[in-house]
Ligand binder design. Structure first.
Ligand SMILES: [Zn+2]
Length: 112
């Protein structure tokens, strides 16, 4: 995992994850406010993003369908519904799994 100074993709998120499928790597982007929270909360959010990375291929299927049929109301609805459902499931899994993960540490040389 590499840490970047780039903000998350959403203004409303503390973090975002991007799967680099061809390289089998994940880029996790963290906002400045992320580091003001407890290590336990940071670990939960990092776990959340890593779970998203593992589910990215499922999201890609709906994204591709939406790209192929941009005006299909059923696909638009499915994509919106799927997004909300995935957030709930990912957060629940993160709360369960995070305590088993190590607490996050900043790589040496990274200054926030
Ligand atoms: Zn999420």
């Amino acid at each position: 995992m590499r840490v970047f100074r780039d903000p998350p993709y959403s203004d409303h998120a503390y973090a975002s994850a991007e799967l680099l499928d061809s390289q089998d790597k994940v880029i996790v982007r963290l906002c400045q406010e992320f580091f003001g929270h407890s290590p336990e909360k940071q670990r939960e959010w990092m776990t959340h993003e890593l779970i998203h990375a593992h589910l990215a291929r499922l999201q890609d299927v709906l994204d591709q369908l939406k790209d192929q049929f941009p005006d299909n109301a059923a696909i638009v609805f499915a994509k919106q519904t799927h997004h909300l459902a995935i957030e709930v499931v990912v957060q629940r899994m993160a709360r369960l799994l995070a305590p088993a993960m190590p607490l996050p540490t900043l790589p040496s040389g990274v200054n926030y």
